[in-house]
Design a protein around this ligand. Structure first.
Ligand SMILES: *Cc1c(COP(=O)(O)O)cnc(C)c1O
Length: 425
């Protein structure tokens, strides 16, 4: 399906029923698969067969979701996981162990920040955070002998800064480490990081891929271009004792990373996506292009409305000329700036906190990417355990209100904000 446009691939990509088979991807709710003889099973254990063995490692419905997101991102293979956090954890542990080091942009999702700063640290993996606008020299200057990856997000949250792909890709090449990008907020509809020098892409499928707030899941996509045989990644080159001597680079070529992630990491850690959630994500991908178009259109209109509102102090949205990432957004997100925006009211943090109580259509939830518009005041909720100074450092201003703009009629969304703001100023 490589010759079709992304919208066609969303709808029809990869799942191709044969004569008499179900038109719609079936849910294979089975842990196990039947074989006619032990030699077939032996081939599975030797990784010589690509049939399914056990649903912790692979499953037909999960594979269909993996294949479709892989097609949309332009990779060589994908691996689904039980959450976005699980996908990120596997993506790093596949190439890092105790004594290793990661360089990450500081403006990343809070959950990933904690994973890197606290939990991976407990496993002996060190992390250096760099400002996203650090120079190429500053980023490369953080490289150590044991550095194994460079990490960033296409659209930062909640600052909504757009990643300077050229700079980060160039730095990762110089350091000879893979460039890993979390593309959750952009989705493959707005940006394909592999086209801009990324080596590995991660998504929390929980957000726009699902799009209906029903399921938690994640996925890793392998670009297949990184040379793992550069002396830094012996685990991908040397024989794997747990597979009597499989050598990932030698035996699986461009799919070395994603194969190891599945047959070693997923086998051992078991952060498996359920077939039912994979079915819903696959269904979500079918309409992703339509939803993202509307999310972007509505977000820009709401941002423009708020920017012109007398009681609004500031608005942040990458497609507003006033945004610091405006040029970067036009370069890397030509189709739209995504569905997230943030703003502050002249009434400050107190007014911001109260606004949610005076909205009718827009609901207060700890989530984003749903087709329903939602609101969150991070300083009094998700980031309340931090001091004001720490909040500001992580981009959460005391008055910041984050909106995940949905796909309802924009006039109704705007009216809801117009009425709500009147009540709190
Ligand atoms: C939500 C989110 C995650 C974590 O995903 P879960 O599915 O909630 O585990 C990772 N990165 C980004 C950018 C997210 O928004």
């Amino acid at each position: 399906m490589k010759n079709y446009q992304i919208e066609t691939n969303c709808v029809q990509g990869t799942y191709k029923p044969k004569s008499g088979e179900p038109r719609v991807l079936p849910i294979t709710q089975s842990t196990t698969y039947k074989y006619s003889n032990s030699d077939d099973v032996a081939d599975l254990f030797d990784l010589k067969s690509d049939q399914h063995m056990y649903s912790r490692i692979s499953n037909p419905t999960v594979s269909a979701f993996e294949d479709k997101i892989n097609l949309l991102e332009g990779g060589v293979g994908a691996l689904a996981a039980s959450s976005g956090q699980a996908a990120t954890t596997l993506a790093f542990l596949n190439i890092c162990s105790a004594g290793d080091h990661i360089i990450a942009a500081s403006t990343i999702y809070g959950g990933t920040f904690n994973l890197l700063k606290v939990s991976l640290k407990k496993l002996g993996i060190q992390v250096t955070f760099v400002e996203p606008d650090a120079s190429y020299e500053e980023i490369v200057g953080e490289c150590r002998d044991n550095t194994k990856a460079l990490f960033g997000e296409t659209i930062g949250n909640p600052g909504l800064n757009i990643l300077d792909f050229d700079k980060f890709a160039k730095a990762s090449k110089k350091m000879d480490v893979p460039f890993i990008v979390d593309n959750t907020l952009a989705t493959p509809i707005l940006c394909n990081p592999l086209d801009h020098g990324a080596d590995i892409v991660i998504h929390s499928a929980t957000k726009y891929i699902d799009g209906h707030a029903t399921s938690v899941g994640g996925v890793i996509i392998d670009g297949g271009k990184f040379n793992w045989d550069n002396g830094k990644f012996p685990e991908l080159v040397d024989p794997d004792e747990s597979y009597h001597g499989v050598q990932y680079v030698k035996d699986f070529g461009e799919k070395a990373y994603i194969t190891k992630a599945r047959v070693q990491m997923l086998r051992d850690f078991g952060m498996t996506l359920s077939p039912f959630n994979a079915f819903l994500f696959h269904k979500g991908l079918e309409t992703l292009h339509l939803r993202m178009g509307r999310h972007c259109e509505n977000a820009l209109k709401l941002a423009e409305f708020l920017e012109n509102h007398k009681d609004v102090e500031w608005v942040s949205y990458p497609k507003l000329e006033s945004h610091e990432s405006y040029d970067m957004g036009n370069k890397y997100l030509p189709k739209g700036g995504g569905g997230i925006l943030s703003f502050g009211l002249k009434g400050g943090a107190e007014a911001g906190k109260k606004l949610a109580e005076h909205l009718e259509l827009v609901s207060l939830v700890v989530h984003l990417g749903d087709l329903r518009t939602s609101i969150l005041h991070p300083a009094s909720t998700t980031h309340r355990q931090l001091t004001e100074e720490e909040q500001i450092k992580s981009g959460v201003l005391p008055d910041l209100i984050r909106i995940s703009v949905g796909i309802e009629n924009i006039e109704d969304i705007i009216k809801d904000f117009e009425n709500g703001i009147k009540e709190v100023v």
